[in-house]
Design a protein around this ligand. Structure first.
Ligand SMILES: C[S@@+](CC[C@H](N)C(=O)[O-])C[C@H]1O[C@@H](n2cnc3c(N)ncnc32)[C@H](O)[C@@H]1O
Length: 304
């Protein structure tokens, strides 16, 4: 007679349990997160999860450890060690801002401007973080030259890693990304001085949260670096500097693209990015464009 064995837990059982635990912890997308973590542990794409064999004990232990940390609201991307951005997979972790889906629209506008109306295909990404926007531009716009500026040492190192990881894609596009460690507000005076008046596109997703508007999600509040989030009393300290740098770098007809919060568009009045651009005086055709959810999250303008 064979000894009694406990029933084998199928992957489906494992996922149902994980989804429940993540939902109880307040994770906004518990099923997707559970599937992505399990696929990561098993080394298969998420779409092939249910074609995999049941997890062996070592995989189960690894999955449980990820699950516990995700339930403690460690960002999914930190646990996986990577974040998807457009067609790119970027390495991320402590010390760098996790690129967001809404910024893909910002990158898309910059890509459109650089492809449609560009003299040298010369672009600048101010506040580059992981290098997400710079790498999207350089790999999606052939023959482009993209300069990217980042102030923080830890974030700069992630950007360096990501640029190195995408060397093949950059070579295939015949494009280059040049990283500069420094302040986006003064880059036109030092590292980018040679680009003054020549640049086709300046794009930026700067820090823009007002200092006293601490984000609710623990993943953001506790894991995105403070320098990536907060922009002074009205959130626009870095934005104002980015506008000055963009005005200096852009050629006539060049385009600036700046991400902002949904309260910093036209409806934000003097606390809005369109106001900052108009007040500067060097730009025309200033307008907000909606994101996929229809909210104003990005402002574009053309250098006079
Ligand atoms: C909101 S994150 C955006 C990162 C990246 N562009 C993205 O979209 O994922 C802002 C980044 O700007 C950097 N930063 C903040 N102030 C800066 C400054 N004055 N000059 C350059 N970089 C700055 C932060 O360290 C952070 O990496």
């Amino acid at each position: 007679m064979t000894a009694w064995q406990p029933p084998v837990r199928t992957l489906r059982d494992v996922l149902v349990d994980a989804e429940r635990r993540l939902a109880n912890a307040g994770v906004p997308t518990p099923r997707v997160d559970a599937e992505l973590m399990l696929a990561h542990v098993l080394g298969v794409p998420r779409g092939r999860l249910f074609l995999s064999d049941p997890a062996d004990p070592a995989d189960t232990v690894r999955f449980e450890s990820l699950l516990v940390r995700r339930a403690a609201r460690v960002p999914l991307q930190h646990l996986l060690g990577e974040a998807a951005f457009r067609h790119l997979v970027l390495e991320v972790g402590r010390g760098v801002f996790v690129p967001r889906p809404e910024t893909e629209t910002v990158a898309e506008l910059a890509i459109h401007a650089l492809t449609a109306d560009s003299e040298e295909r010369l672009a600048v990404d101010l506040c580059t973080g992981s290098g997400a926007i710079a790498l999207a531009l350089a790999t999606e716009v052939p023959h482009s030259v993209v300069h990217a500026v980042e102030l923080e040492g830890a974030a700069f190192e992630w950007a360096e890693r990501n640029v190195a990881n995408h060397a093949e894609a950059l070579a295939a596009a015949r494009s280059t990304v040049h990283l500069h460690r420094g302040d986006a507000r003064t880059a036109h005076l030092d590292s980018l001085a040679a680009l003054v008046g020549r640049t086709d596109v300046v794009v930026s997703n700067p820090p823009y949260i007002p200092d006293d508007a601490v984000p609710r999600d623990p993943e953001v509040r506790e894991y995105d670096p403070p320098r990536a989030l907060y922009g002074g009393h009205d959130g626009l300290d870095v934005v104002r500097g980015v506008v000055v740098t963009a005005a200096a770098l852009l050629r006539t007809g060049g385009v600036v693209v700046i991400e902002h919060s949904d309260q910093q568009g036209e409806s934000g009045g003097e606390s809005g990015v369109p106001h900052v651009l108009r007040e500067h005086g060097a730009f025309t055709a200033v307008r907000d464009l909606p994101d996929l959810a229809g909210r104003d999250r990005v402002c574009v303008a053309v250098r006079l």
